[in-house]
Design a protein around this ligand. Structure first.
Ligand code: HEM
Ligand SMILES: Nc1nc2c(c(=O)[nH]1)N[C@H]1C(S)=C(S)[C@@H](COP(=O)(O)O)O[C@H]1N2
Ligand SMILES: [Mo]
Length: 348
């Protein structure tokens, strides 16, 4: 049989695709975890490059696929076609989000195209696991010899160039994507809280009767603070940046968490953490050392929070993604435990 490609090259193509897919998945999840612009820019760029870099291997993969179709039916694996389709749809929705932003593609039927992208990305991961099972393409030492490294370098450079070409295209064409934040989010409702989407992480309902007293506690001590006493005039300007792909900057007003915790009148564990808990049970744990930068906000842009946006009081966590900004706060609990001892993403 006249092969256009030696077997080694086929294995290398598969290893390359696997590496890029794993990198895309990993940086995708990481993109949801980082909030500060510097690291976010790096992670998001790596994510775009890894995803787009898959396209560079399509011509080689096409040869591998054609070769496999020449084998008798029973000896061929399955699941390849659905994996290929899922991967391409994931790529397509990723690019649509990156370029289109608030256009009709992104928010039609109320589903941000980014949610579609993440769902497709997860499906791709599952299909990949099925597809790669039993067809291990083991990396070899020679993959990273001089020529191997050159190949990896060329693929990486090509991937970054593709990503750069995309960024250039959004700028040249004036697409909304040119103005997106480092996290990839689009501006919606800055200085106009009423124009911000009301977003829940999963399905938290807007509570009928939010707390009118905040319960503040530390080991061995508890203080009840009327919510009406929480507007102490502390103002923080910060971006609420939802993983759904939008962000809004507001002047948030209320009380700084460190000032509030002072009313506990206790020595607090220096390396402890603070649990911020909603009446709905939704909760996040943050390092106590950050308390000076956190705000319990009762107002946005000079107006009391609306019920959907967390009235009467919500957390403002500058530099952290939206899912940290607990709405309808009922309890603030100082705990002598590390902040990272929790699920990295909320579970409700
Ligand atoms: C195999 C899986 C995935 C592939 C191949 C993929 C690929 C892509 C591509 C090509 C883009 C467009 C980048 C650009 O044009 O600059 C993109 C954007 C994005 N993806 Fe993924 N992705 C995957 C999974 C995920 C997952 C699991 C998440 C989150 C949990 C995610 C989050 C994002 C975000 C936030 C953006 C927007 C970034 C930006 O605006 O540049 N992706 N993805
Ligand atoms: N109690 C509670 N707080 C929550 C959430 C939630 O589901 N329940 N969602 C978070 C997420 S994912 C985001 S992006 C912001 C959205 O805030 P907004 O609805 O005021 O725009 O609230 C955060 N706080
Ligand atoms: Mo969110």
């Amino acid at each position: 049989m006249a092969l256009t490609l030696p077997c080694r090259a086929g294995r290398r193509t598969n290893v390359g695709l696997l590496a890029l897919l794993l990198l895309a998945g990993g940086t995708g999840v990481l993109a949801f975890a980082v909030g500060s612009p510097g690291p976010a820019r790096l992670v998001v760029a790596a994510h775009g490059a890894a995803g787009l870099g898959l396209l560079l291997l399509v011509p080689w993969k096409a040869v591998v696929v054609r070769r496999s179709w020449r084998r008798p039916a029973g000896t061929r694996g399955s699941g390849g076609v659905s994996l290929g389709v899922a991967t391409l749809l994931t790529l397509l929705t990723g690019v649509l989000h990156a370029g289109g932003g608030t256009g009709p593609w992104s928010w039609s039927a109320g589903v941000p195209v980014l949610h579609l992208h993440v769902a497709l990305g997860v499906a791709t991961g599952a299909l990949l696991a099925v597809h790669a099972w039993g067809r291990r393409q083991r990396p070899r030492a020679t993959d990273l010899d001089r020529r191997g490294l050159l190949r990896v370098g060329a693929l990486g450079a090509g991937a970054v160039a593709l990503w750069g070409a995309g960024e250039g295209l959004w700028r040249l064409t004036g697409a909304p994507g040119a103005a997106r934040r480092a996290t990839g989010s689009f501006e919606r409702g800055t200085d106009d809280p009423a124009a911000m989407p009301v977003t829940q992480w999963i399905a938290d309902p807007v509570p009928d009767s939010p707390a009118d007293v905040l319960v503040l506690s530390a080991p061995g001590r508890q203080v009840r603070v009327p919510v009406a006493d929480l507007d102490r005039g502390d103002v923080v300007r910060a971006a609420l940046d939802c993983t759904g792909g939008w962000y809004a900057v507001q002047d948030w007003r209320g009380v700084r968490l460190d000032r509030l915790l002072a009313s506990l009148d206790r020595e607090l564990p220096a390396d402890g953490a603070v649990d911020v808990v909603s009446v709905t049970g939704f909760r996040r744990r943050l390092p106590l050392s950050e308390a000076g930068g956190l705000l319990l906000a009762t107002h946005a842009a000079g107006r009391p929070l609306s019920p959907g946006h967390g009235a009467p009081v919500r957390l403002v966590a500058p530099g952290r993604r939206g899912f940290w900004w607990v709405k309808w706060v009922a309890r603030v609990e100082v705990v002598d435990a590390p902040w990272w001892l929790q699920s990295p993403f909320p579970l409700q």
